[in-house]
Ligand binder design. Structure first.
Ligand code: C5P
Length: 215
């Protein structure tokens, strides 16, 4: 079984997908982490984001591993390091590159072979798995998504301004929705859920119900 969860930044996709994976005993794949990981690699190697040639060379040699919800780059666990604001915005920048997307999609399909997986991202139901058993588009008002992101960053000790985070989220959504390659959009057969006034637990229960209906 493949469950696709797409939606904008901060809508609660990863929290809810993780909960579902745990409860159903299936595998979870955070596809955003893969784009973040590549952006992090470019940052680490000091590669200019407009230097396409060097970027593609690094992509070719990319050595990533995903195990138990942890992400490894060249055998180093970078799961926490890729969660910064800078990596978020750089991940969005590199996600427009066709070759980068092709490689990530290939890795995502390979990873999901012969197992039950819930994947969250931007193009899971539209491009990666157009025949997914269940497609969910999880949305929420930008203000609530920015509030959640602020809380998450403040819990990590970061001193962040709500207005600034709201601006960043809105810009990232705009870029993700308007890029040429696999833009974020609602798959025709997706079930749309809105987490603006629902808790992660409530969204999780709704998705679990949808899964039960499919099985
Ligand atoms: O989901 P997350 O916020 O971690 O994703 C970071 C960025 O990676 C997104 O803003 C988007 O540009 C990109 N992404 C994507 N396709 C996916 C997952 C993430 O383009 N399937």
């Amino acid at each position: 079984m493949i469950i696709a969860v797409d939606g904008p930044a901060g809508s609660g996709k990863s929290t809810v997908s993780k909960m579902i994976a745990d409860e159903l005993g299936i595998t979870y794949l955070d596809t955003g982490a893969m784009y973040r990981l590549f952006a992090y690699k470019l940052m680490k190697e000091n590669i200019d984001f407009s230097d396409r040639e060097k970027e593609l060379k690094l992509l070719e040699d990319l050595n990533i591993d995903m195990k138990d919800n942890r992400f490894y780059l060249d055998n180093e666990d970078v799961t926490d390091k890729i969660r910064t604001r800078e990596t978020s915005s750089n991940a969005s920048k590199i996600s427009v590159v066709k070759e980068v997307r092709e490689k990530m999609v290939e890795l995502q399909r390979e990873f999901s072979k012969s197992k039950d997986v819930i994947l969250d991202g931007r193009d899971i139901g539209t491009v990666v798995f157009p025949n997914a058993d269940l497609k969910v588009y999880l949305n929420a008002d930008p203000e609530i998504r920015a509030e959640r992101r602020c809380k998450e960053l403040r819990n990590k000790g970061e001193n962040v301004e709500y207005e600034e985070i709201l601006r960043e989220i809105t810009k990232r959504d705009y870029n993700d929705m308007h890029r040429k390659e696999s833009p974020l959009k609602i798959a025709e057969d997706a079930v749309i859920l809105d987490s603006t006034s629902l808790s992660a637990e409530e969204i999780k229960d709704k998705i679990k119900k949808l899964v039960e209906e499919k099985t």
